[in-house]
Design a protein around this ligand. Structure first.
Ligand SMILES: [Zn+2]
Ligand SMILES: [Zn+2]
Length: 341
């Protein structure tokens, strides 16, 4: 089968790979759509990100497809089922798993990170990780379930209440999802900070009350003008020290600052503890997607969450190395790989 195999920093090869072995508890998924994620970029750049990878590995953890084979002990799925997966597989037996924080599992397996994933024609997945797509959900939308699940985990920690004022920094896919989730959580006013005009336009369509170009406009003055004088939540979706510092700066009293964007492991921010003290800020971060996959699926299937407007292009495996290596391409929006193309 055709696959994109990661061999090391900046070394991704399209190869003919042997078909995955289907264990008794596995289903074989013919991959229809697999999202290109920031985590893939971190891996491609040789950074230690959210996941540890031992090459050679087939990357790709945001995928959906059709079941073409089931192992002898599979109970809940059949050939022909349209499914997506939660790539993070927890052992269920270690201390963190038993304490209800399974995403800190000591034996975590990650499809597309620690074991082969979805940038290939087929992937074998333990049925515990499989979810059926809703009848209204396309494969491309299904591939967005994992990033939505990650966003939901972060959104839960933001504790937004109806009537709150929320600022989202960054209008990439994650920012545009968080924007909609903040709306669904009941935010009264939402501002989005994003330098790229086309992304600000999408954000406006998706319900941002005010979109600000942080390079050419005075952010605080724009917020004030929009009546946003007490920001309850700032969700940083860029992952740069400067934008995290900005998030702390514009947060209001008692605000939650959610550092959702992933920085490089060694980057630091400069913070005045006095400012955190004075405003009683809560600095939070969100790590992967524990227990949120089903809600993500249901939200997508309900049509209340638009996961299509932020997709820039659906393309074949041969484009993947280019997309991973070129930030100017990724700046255009979300890419989804269709291995059949
Ligand atoms: Zn991802
Ligand atoms: Zn565990």
């Amino acid at each position: 089968m055709r696959s994109a195999v990661f061999y090391g920093k900046h070394d991704l090869r399209i190869e003919d790979h042997e078909m995955p072995k289907v264990g008794p508890k596995d289903v074989l998924i013919q991959v229809k759509a697999c999202g290109v994620c920031g985590t893939d970029v971190h891996i491609y750049e040789g950074d230690k990100g959210a996941a540890e990878v031992t090459p050679p590995t087939i990357l790709g953890h945001e995928f959906s497809g059709v079941i073409t084979e089931v192992g002898s002990e599979v109970q809940h799925y059949q050939v022909g089922d349209r499914v997506c997966i939660d790539p993070n597989c927890y052992c269920g037996a270690c201390d963190p798993c038993r304490k209800g924080v399974a995403h800190y599992c000591e034996h975590m397996i990650g499809y597309g990170t620690t074991v082969n994933g979805g940038f290939a024609e087929y992937c074998a997945v333990d049925e515990r990780q499989v979810y059926k797509l809703g009848e209204h959900t396309t494969f491309e939308q299904g591939a967005m379930t994992e990033p939505v699940a990650c966003c939901l985990h972060g959104m839960d920690m933001c504790e937004i209440q109806p009537g709150h004022q929320v600022v989202i920094i960054g209008g990439g896919m994650i920012g545009l999802l968080q924007l909609q989730l903040a709306r669904l959580a009941g935010a009264a006013k939402i501002a989005l900070l994003e330098p790229v005009e086309s992304k600000r336009e999408v954000a406006e369509k998706l319900g941002a009350d005010v979109c600000i170009d942080p390079i050419h406009e005075d952010v605080k003055a724009c917020l004030k003008e929009a009546g946003m004088t007490w920001i309850n939540t700032v969700i940083e979706c860029v992952g740069r020290p400067s934008t995290i510092e900005q998030a702390i700066d514009i947060a209001g009293n008692k605000a939650v600052v959610m550092m959702f964007g992933l920085t490089k492991p060694d980057e630091t921010i400069s913070v005045k503890p006095f400012e955190i003290f004075r405003k009683e800020l809560e600095l939070k971060a969100s790590y992967i997607n524990p227990y949120t996959q089903k809600r993500a699926l249901d939200l997508i299937d309900s049509g209340r969450l638009d996961v299509s407007s932020m997709v820039y292009e659906i393309c074949g495996l041969d484009r993947l190395a280019d997309i991973l290596g070129k930030p100017e391409l990724r700046a255009k929006g979300k890419y989804i790989i269709s291995p059949e193309k």
